[in-house]
Design a protein around this ligand. Structure first.
Ligand code: QUE
Length: 361
């Protein structure tokens, strides 16, 4: 079983269905046709006695999934398509379906796992990282905001860690992903070599979900140390400030010598991000505390509509992924010029509740 273009593969064997994202040259970035293909498989596997466990993997050894294919989405947008309707509705509905799927889903977050890849992985019953994992929600770097349910999964991270990851787009490894609650277990190469067999054994038993979790806990190993735990007090201090300007100013005056290098690096990251994205993302996470996933995704759909209609995303994708000059011309270019009205436009009621394209989530 495979989709027409072979950009996603499926294999069913001994009770385990494996979905392989197969666009290695694009770091397995997600296209609409991939969502449609996987969606059709998940529907058929829901009631199939042949399938008791689902595993998501990435092809090529470098990435689980770098995100959505935002280059292609930008092309559609420039051609005049409403991409919130032609792409993001499908992505967000797909992500929502992962969380509520009746059979256990395992996500192997080996290598680069960012943006849309996180949207798939975070709904999985078991989120596996490895010492090669590079995890991030980097959307503020392209004039977007952390979507695909990040309103919920980043807000669940301890203290201000989620806001730090959301605003900075910082990349973290396995230890920090575990610390932030964005992964369940780190597996080394020896354990990874046993994964398929362990899933098949779990699939043949009475309770695959519990068996998989127990196996992962027993096979897990300690990843190389991360940085979040040591920086936690500094993160909480700076990112509890109530504006982006105050956070950046606070980072400039880090009192602890041990946190100064991190604070300077983080401030530099923030200064390169889209000023509009930063202010929108701060409000997104603040107002999104306690939102159910469906409500969060509905808000994110309105926000992504604004990001393409009035935001920086077309320019951000151009600078980072198309021309790769890494010199985006953000509009406006400074935080001071991002008015409350501009931020508010991202949160306007685009649809009445009964007409929202994601009303069924
Ligand atoms: C920020 C992002 C993304 C990004 C880079 C950023 C993102 C995304 C990709 C990406 C990577 C490789 C591809 C591709 C897209 O990069 O969301 O099509 O081949 O999908 O700095 O948010």
């Amino acid at each position: 079983m495979a989709s027409a273009q072979g950009d996603v593969l499926a294999d069913v064997r001994d009770g385990v269905a494996t979905v392989t994202l197969n666009r290695p040259a694009s770091l397995n970035a997600l296209t609409l046709s991939m969502f449609h293909a996987i969606d059709a498989w998940l529907r058929s596997w829901r009631d199939s006695p042949e399938v008791r466990v689902i595993a998501f993997k990435g092809a090529g050894g470098k990435a689980f999934c770098a995100g959505g294919d935002v280059r292609q989405v930008r092309e559609s947008h420039l051609a005049g398509e409403p991409v919130w309707k032609t792409y993001f509705v499908h992505e967000y509905a797909f992500d929502h379906g992962i969380y509520s799927y009746p059979k256990p889903i395992v996500a192997l977050m080996d290598g680069i796992t960012m943006g849309g890849g996180m949207g798939i992985a975070q709904g999985a019953a078991l989120r596996i990282v490895t010492p090669r994992s590079r995890v991030a929600m980097p959307e503020t770097a392209i004039g977007l905001f952390p979507d695909v349910g990040a309103t919920v999964f980043l807000n669940r991270a301890p203290g201000q860690v989620g806001l730090y990851l959301a605003l900075s787009g910082a990349t973290i490894g396995a230890a920090d992903a575990l610390y932030a609650g964005l992964a369940d277990a780190c597996l080394g190469d020896e354990a990874l070599a046993q994964l398929d067999g362990a899933l098949r054994t779990a699939a043949s038993g009475p309770d695959p979900r519990t068996a998989i979790s127990r196996w992962a806990a027993s096979a897990a190993s300690e990843p190389p140390p991360g940085e979040l735990a040591g920086m936690r007090q500094a993160i909480d201090r700076h990112f509890a400030r109530d504006s982006v300007e105050a956070i950046i100013n606070s980072l400039e005056h880090e009192p602890e010598p041990a946190a100064r290098e991190w604070a300077a690096r983080t401030r530099e990251l923030l200064l390169r991000r889209s000023p509009t994205s930063l202010k929108v993302t701060l409000r997104q996470l603040h107002e999104g505390r306690g939102l159910a996933l469906g409500d969060a995704l509905r808000r994110e759909l309105g926000m992504v509509r604004a990001a393409f209609d009035i935001g920086d995303v077309a320019e951000g994708v151009r600078a980072v992924l198309v021309d790769k000059d890494h010199r985006p011309r953000w509009q406006p270019a400074t935080l001071a010029q991002v008015t409350p009205e501009r931020v508010a436009a991202f949160f306007q009621p685009w649809w009445t509740p009964g007409e929202h394209p994601l009303r069924h989530l």
